[in-house]
Design a protein around this ligand. Structure first.
Ligand code: CIZ
Ligand code: SF4
Length: 305
């Protein structure tokens, strides 16, 4: 490692103090970024944390919709996304205009969006959900018809558990989780027959059907940490391995598929965090009108869970 890179964590810590900034990192960030972060977690937990934190500058190491959610809950703070092009292909698969059209076609339906959506899409929705609380959120709605955007895999997972609802599901998907195949699950189970398979609901339904446990990143981390079992096959983005291994040195973790890497999440490096702090880049802005509506979808979720 060049000397300059070695010194980066110290430089970042000093800058953070000097500017009174908070660094938060998503569970899918690279190990070095998770190490220098003040808090690591899922998108919603991080956004909530930012809102109650004392710092006025937030460096959000994640992808665009996550930093936007933090801005929506902390409109007066400066929220920086260190890599301008770190986006979520799944969030980009649905637009506000698409949701408006769905509402025209299904006027009686409640509109639910996964947190993996832009602020403009959230602003068109009644309520937001995460992969931890999606089933609870949908059960809480009085409407029988539910429009769900954008993840078809999470949508099918919910539909299977809430059969009383008529789900109208958008055809989006996570390019990383959707890549995992049934063949990979079979192969990895054969190689490690004594390990439990834990997968994210963004995986295909046929993959989810073969798992021992299905949950969000936090639920997967909590399950493996609390379990008396010793070996786990992890079916979500490889970034969660950092925390799993750190908190459970006596347990063994295998990645379900080598394809479980989100390139957008891997764009943020120590250098990007350093540049974010020195140059105050890249501030997230959300138009007032959109922010207010998107915030109400996020706050309604808070009332349910
Ligand atoms: O909401 C999040 O942080 C995402 C995208 C995944 C998860 O399961 O935590
Ligand atoms: Fe989006 Fe998938 Fe990457 Fe998450 S892992 S940010 S859903 S592309």
């Amino acid at each position: 490692m060049p000397r300059d890179t070695e010194a980066l964590p110290e430089k970042i810590r000093a800058l953070k103090k000097e500017k009174n900034a908070l660094i938060v990192a998503h569970n899918y960030q690279i190990d070095a970024v998770q190490e220098i972060a003040d808090v690591v977690g899922d998108s919603f937990a991080l956004s909530k944390y930012c809102a109650t934190a004392s710092q006025d500058i937030i460096v959000f190491c994640g992808v665009h919709f996550m930093a936007e959610s933090a801005k929506i809950l902390s409109p007066r703070k400066t929220v920086l996304l260190p890599e301008r092009t770190a986006g979520c292909p799944m969030a980009d698969m649905v637009t506000a205009a698409d949701v408006q059209e769905l509402k025209r076609r299904h006027p009686r339906a409640a509109v639910v969006c996964y947190i993996n959506t832009s602020a403009a899409v959230k602003a068109e929705c009644d309520i937001c959900c995460t992969s931890s609380n999606a089933v609870k959120v949908i059960q809480s709605l009085k409407e029988e018809e539910i429009i769900f955007v954008p993840d078809k895999n999470l949508g099918s997972y919910i539909a299977a558990q809430v059969p009383e609802k008529k789900m109208i599901i958008w055809e989006g998907f996570c390019v990383t989780h959707h890549r995992v195949t049934v063949e990979e699950v079979i192969r990895v189970r054969e190689a490690h027959p004594d390990a439990l398979v834990l997968v994210h609901p963004e995986c295909r339904p046929e993959v989810v059907a073969l798992a021992d446990f299905v949950g969000s990143t936090k639920q997967i981390i909590d399950f493996a940490t609390a379990s008396a079992e010793k070996k786990f096959i992890i079916g979500t983005e490889m970034g969660v391995l950092y925390r799993l291994k750190k908190d459970n040195p006596e347990k063994t973790f295998y990645l379900l598929s080598p394809g479980l890497i989100c390139p957008n999440m891997k764009k943020t490096t120590l250098k990007s965090v350093y540049n974010a702090l020195t140059q105050m880049q890249y501030p997230i802005e959300v138009a007032e009108e959109i922010l207010i509506k998107a915030r109400s979808a996020l706050e309604r979720m808070l009332q349910v869970t």
